[in-house]
Design a protein around this ligand. Structure first.
Ligand code: 5GP
Length: 150
């Protein structure tokens, strides 16, 4: 399935399931290695709505993170606005160290100076779906990542 249609838009495969799995495994191994022996918490981020605009909420918000190394796991970093806000919250809660891991990163769209520690793939500034990312609620369950063509 190289080409798909979701609502009014067409997409073609950009990263296959195998490519994604290979990279995820490599990143996990690197993180394990780098943070060996540290008191680490992993934070996944869920889509949510907060005041104006689209913002995400942290899972495990009530957890005491004082003195811990927190690894933020993102699906995609675009402008970095979400990331900036999340890091601010984690620092307020006195995390010892915050590391950022994202599967996808759009360097051309990024407007922040915050370094990203672990990147799965740098991608062009195109809209993508699949592997958890949706287009208006569609495409989230696709195992590959597709980019918008039309
Ligand atoms: P930010 O601009 O704050 O870095 O990213 C905000 C959010 O926009 C991301 O977490 C993600 O939910 C969404 N987003 C950014 N680029 C894309 C994309 O190409 N595809 C999809 N499905 N969502 C995106």
């Amino acid at each position: 399935m190289n080409e798909i249609k979701l609502l009014d838009r067409e997409f073609s495969v950009y990263l296959t399931e195998d490519e994604i799995q290979g990279r995820v495994t490599a990143l996990a191994e690197k993180i394990n290695e780098d943070l060996k022996g540290e008191d680490v918490l992993f934070f996944g981020i869920l889509n949510g709505v907060f005041s104006t605009g689209k913002i995400k909420e942290l899972i495990g918000w009530n957890e005491d993170i004082t003195g811990k190394t927190v690894v933020v796991i993102e699906d995609i970093v675009d402008t970095g606005a979400t990331l900036e806000r999340v890091i601010g919250e984690l620092k307020l809660r006195k995390a010892a160290e915050v590391k950022i891991c994202t599967l996808l990163f759009k360097p051309e769209a990024y407007t922040k100076d915050i370094p990203i520690d672990y990147i799965g793939f740098e991608i062009p500034n195109n809209f993508v779906v699949g592997y958890g990312l949706d287009y208006d609620g569609y495409g989230r369950n696709l195992k590959a990542i597709y980019k918008l063509t039309k």
